[in-house]
Write a new protein. Structure first.
Length: 226
């Protein structure tokens, strides 16, 4: 039994209840909200371990909610949508989503993704500090600093950086990053690695202006450089 508290934000009652039933069966505690206006106060007060967030909602849409949540919380967020256009995926990941599922989906698949994201968010509990140049990462506390300044990363951004910091100078293919970070693969995820890398670069560059820390090896992947 996991005991983790999962918040489902979904205005389609049947979908929300199916997801709840599958998650409860796996030992999660589950809350459901249908109106976007209720979400931010709930997250502030209840601090769920993970949010399943639909994009199309009454009151306030999922993208606006995600942007608002990221101003005060790094809670893992898996976005749910019926729209499969690439622009939706780009916007979702640029705002800080950790994963993305499109309707119709298998509830079992969603449960697997929830478990994978939570496993990464909770971490291994071992002491493991990594550093390269001005960037330092602590796997135990899941904190990252750049030139001594703390940088807030999403779960996916943190794990991508940890993977690369473990072997600076190594070129990591998108497929390798997916396997390391997600623990499983699915169609279309390789492009999302690019969005996570873009976010990482932006956050690191805030404290290292004018310097390249994550370099593209075109046609192959990414590596860290001083």
């Amino acid at each position: 039994m996991t005991g983790h508290h999962i918040l489902i934000v979904e205005d389609e009652t049947d979908i929300a209840e199916i997801l709840r039933d599958y998650l409860v069966k796996e030992g999660y505690r589950v809350s459901i909200l249908e109106n976007g206006q209720e979400v931010i106060p709930f997250v502030r007060n209840q601090s769920p371990a993970l949010i399943l967030l639909d994009i199309m909602l009454p009151g306030m849409d999922g993208k606006t909610l995600l942007k608002g949540i990221r101003t005060f919380s790094d809670v893992p967020v898996i976005m749910i949508t019926a729209r499969v256009e690439e622009i939706d995926r780009i916007i979702g990941f640029e705002l800080g989503a950790d994963d993305y599922v499109c309707k119709p989906f298998s509830p079992r698949e969603v449960v697997v993704r929830v478990a994978a994201v939570l496993r990464r968010a909770v971490g291994t509990g071992r002491e493991n500090r990594l550093s390269f140049g001005s960037v330092a990462l602590d796997r135990d506390s899941r904190q990252v600093t750049v030139k001594g300044h703390q940088v807030n990363l999403t779960v996916s951004e943190f794990d991508i950086l940890a993977c690369m910091l473990a072997s600076p100078g190594t070129v990591f293919t998108r497929a390798r990053l997916i396997e390391t970070v997600q623990g499983y693969s699915f169609d279309g995820y390789e492009r999302t690695i690019d969005f996570h890398i873009k976010n990482l670069r932006k956050k690191i560059a805030h404290h290292l202006p004018g310097r390249t820390f994550i370099k593209s090896d075109y046609g192959v992947g990414y590596k860290l450089v001083e």
